[in-house]
Design a protein around this ligand. Structure first.
Ligand code: SF4
Length: 68
């Protein structure tokens, strides 16, 4: 299965962190409240986590895209 990535729309992100709680392996908030991806999305389990993170974001700042 090809690798996927989580794409963050930083202009929309409000730093709530719900996504990082849903997928702590994939997403983290830094000390300044800026969201970062931790790694590409590998495997079905991580893809489910990534999809959960996308769903839980109240401002629709995340989407899943094709990795390189
Ligand atoms: S849940 Fe949405 S708004 Fe909150 S940190 Fe994640 S991407 Fe940003």
């Amino acid at each position: 299965m090809p690798t996927s990535i989580i794409i963050i729309d930083q202009a929309r992100c409000e730093g709530y962190g719900f996504c990082a709680e849903a997928a702590p392996v994939l997403l983290e908030l830094d000390d300044d409240g800026i969201l970062h991806t931790r790694k590409d999305v590998d495997g079905d389990d991580e893809l489910e986590r990534a999809e959960a993170a996308v769903r839980v974001c109240p401002v629709a700042a995340l989407r899943i895209g094709a990795g390189v």
